[in-house]
Write a protein that binds this ligand. Structure first.
Ligand SMILES: Nc1ncnc2c1ncn2[C@@H]1O[C@H](COP(=O)(O)OP(=O)(O)OP(=O)(O)O)[C@@H](O)[C@H]1O
Ligand SMILES: O=P(O)(O)OC[C@H]1O[C@](O)(CO)[C@@H](O)[C@@H]1O
Ligand SMILES: [Mg+2]
Length: 451
């Protein structure tokens, strides 16, 4: 998809007429290698060839509005009631973001009232809209020491008009939605319903997903903490497999459609022999298939370690009638078949038939990965995203997500965040690193299936 400058402009509620409490600090600031001034923009692309292809002057190149405080703001902070909601699956750092939002709103902007909606967007329905948490600096002081979200989260559909009614009834004029593709979809619909009614309510998204599958963001918050935890399970399984005759270690990691956790966790330990992700189809049978490769590893090295993303090999499950076609969860996400179970069974059967005596160590750490607290790096990242989100809201941006893009914090129109899915590119350098680390680079890629 080719994007033009106009596709990257974010919506404003109106002219910024109020002096920001941060205006004095901003007065002398200019763009530098470490700061982007409020009038400046951040390029979408970053290679000479990609930029040259546009044949445009720099100011017309596709670029994002820089995030950060403005000297003039749209809302009078004294009149603001903010709302916060967390939706979808858990992710390390949710509490850090909530804490950062509350601290920035109260300390820098002196906003007096912040309402936390409970259990995801369900909390914005008529039935639950009054059961909220008053968020104060005292209430959030220590919440970053725990994983999960103090607000709770959920899946499942809600009516946009009903949610707008809730915002009106609760007097919310700034809503922060921390969510994944589903949450950003819902927030986009909500913002559209607000716009259709001509209301003065800002909706700001803080994109979240441990799968790292949202586009236009360098890496999603919490991802680093999640793959660090996943890497510990790879170490455990490697130790177990290495200590067993004909040892087979298998770790199944989250990642419905994108294998980022599997790739990064594997690279972090560099102990995996085979990495299977949804983006790269593979065959089980045949000389170049997975089973033959596993057997070769076991015969030559004595054991094998396989890291598999949950969304990998779904076609193999479907072929065997092990996939409930079309089944979805409450939010409409596809329910997946158990690729880890299929690997365990077929590998055991194959190696046994080949005269080996495999010992299989299979771990599916699942929720033990995404429920951890954010590490120090992610905590900083979450706090800075929260600051950017508050500045965006106070400056009247709406239908806007705050992200880090090429190491700068920027504003992205929310519809872009849901325009497609971020996936591991089989021709990109991340997958090349995985092939290098697993010793597959330079060989014909035996796990790839001709399609
Ligand atoms: N296409 C959509 N349009 C409107 N609302 C949606 C859509 N998809 C999901 N939602 C709503 O957004 C909320 C969160 O969605 P979902 O459960 O898919 O998690 P998510 O935000 O994608 O997070 P994650 O992918 O990290 O689990 C749910 O309440 C769901 O009903
Ligand atoms: O069991 P739940 O809460 O639906 O979440 C599972 C899913 O959440 C995700 O992390 C995406 O949010 C997937 O990788 C995983 O399959
Ligand atoms: Mg999702």
């Amino acid at each position: 998809m080719t994007l033009h400058l106009d596709d990257l402009r974010v919506r404003h509620l109106g002219e910024c007429r109020h002096d920001s409490p941060l205006s004095a600090m901003l007065a002398a600031k200019r763009t530098s290698p470490h700061y982007v001034a409020e009038g400046d923009r951040v390029l979408l692309e970053d290679t000479v060839s990609m930029l040259a292809e546009h044949g445009l002057p720099p100011e017309d190149l596709p670029s994002f509005e820089a995030a950060g405080p403005r000297r003039k703001i749209y809302f009078d902070p004294a009149q603001v009631t903010a709302g916060i909601v967390t939706c979808g699956g858990l992710c390390p750092g949710l509490n850090d973001v909530i804490r950062g939002l509350v601290q920035e709103l109260t300390v820098q902007y002196d906003v007096k009232r912040i309402v936390g909606f409970r259990n995801g967007l369900r909390g914005l329905t008529a039935r639950h809209r009054d059961d909220t948490i008053e968020l104060t600096p005292d209430r959030v002081r220590d919440i970053h020491n725990a994983g999960g979200t103090i607000l709770g989260s959920s899946r499942g559909a809600q009516d946009a008009e009903e949610m707008v009614d809730s915002l009106l009834l609760r007097g919310i004029n700034v809503l922060f939605v921390i969510g994944g593709d589903g949450g950003m979809n819902a927030a986009t619909n909500l913002a559209a319903a607000i716009r259709a009614r001509g209301l003065d309510i800002a909706v700001i998204g803080v994109p979240k997903t441990i799968d790292n599958d949202l586009p236009y963001t360098d890496q999603s918050f919490g991802f680093q903490s999640a793959f660090a935890q996943a890497a510990n399970f790879i170490s455990s399984v490697s130790i177990e497999a290495a200590a067993s005759p004909d040892g087979i270690g298998i770790v199944k990691l989250m990642g419905r459609h994108s294998g980022f956790i599997a790739c990064y966790a594997s690279l972090a330990r560099n102990a995996a022999d085979i990495v299977l992700i949804p983006e790269v189809p593979f065959a089980l049978e045949g000389e170049d298939g997975l089973l033959a490769r596993v057997e070769r590893h076991v015969r030559s090295k004595g054991f094998v370690v396989i890291v598999v993303a949950e969304g990998a090999g779904q076609d193999l499950l479907a072929e065997r009638g092990l996939l409930e076609g079309g089944a979805t969860d409450a939010s409409g996400n596809a329910k997946l078949g158990d690729i880890g179970g299929l690997l365990r069974e077929t590998i055991t059967a194959h190696l046994t038939a080949a005269g080996l005596a495999p010992t299989v160590r299979y771990i599916d750490p699942s929720y033990a990965i995404r429920s951890v607290t954010a590490n120090a790096y992610d905590s900083v990242y979450c706090l800075r995203l929260a600051h950017a989100a508050v500045h965006a809201a106070m400056a009247g941006r709406t239908e806007t997500a705050v992200v880090r893009w090429r190491r700068r914090f920027v504003h992205v129109p929310m519809p872009l965040i849901i325009s497609h899915r971020n996936q591991v590119d089989p021709d990109g350098d991340l997958w090349m690193s995985v092939l290098e680390a697993t010793g597959h680079l330079g060989q014909q890629q035996p796990l790839l299936v001709e399609r």
